[in-house]
Design a protein around this ligand. Sequence first.
Ligand code: BTN
Length: 227
Amino acid sequence: MKIEFLEEVGSTNEYIKRYLLSGEDRIVIAKRQTGGKGTKGRSFLSESGGVYLSALNFYKNFPAENAFLIMAHAAVAVSETAESFGLDPEIKWPNDVLLAGKKLAGILVENTIDGGEVKSSIVGIGLNVLNELGELKEIAVSLSEAAGRIVPLDEARGYLIENLQRKISFDDYIGRVRFLGKEVRVIESGGETYFGKAVGVNPDGRLEVERGGKSVLLSAAEISLRI
Ligand code: BTN
């Protein structure tokens, strides 16, 4: 696997797109980003001390309906990285990895889909390791803060790269989504809010919620969730 290290870049996800026609898997890592991209068009704070990584992977015969497995794989790799430091992370469906309710990492997946198949994916991960979180301190946490010791950046980066190369099963993802079986508050993008019991995550990535005796399948793009 080719790995490219950068001091500073706008966004590793944007940078790695120059290799989209290469057909060769690759990882790009930056020390900091000046225009880090988050989900839903948000920006992602990317000061020195975090791992900002994008992995470009090419696939053959990968049905687009299984694309969520790419996201699940990344969330498990981040979780396993935190577990290597004795921590106990959970995955907040679909793509956040939390420690004691605070966000440890963000994941942004951008796929190229053609003819019903995923041809390539860019998995962008921003992992807080020893970066100052400033005003995000109430909602975000770093590996160092959670572990109560300085976690070396290269150690965290090494585990993350290693974990990204490993195969996982969907159960590795499901087992870390701790709110399953519990009541959650669903906020629809139209504004409607209701309570329901989260019962599962389908392999297509939709969350199954029981609402008034009926089962509904929710897509992350259309709702937000309070646990
Ligand atoms: C989110 O939680 O909203 C997702 C954040 C994803 C951030 C990572 S950092 C590396 C890669 N490059 C980007 O610009 N974004 C992703």
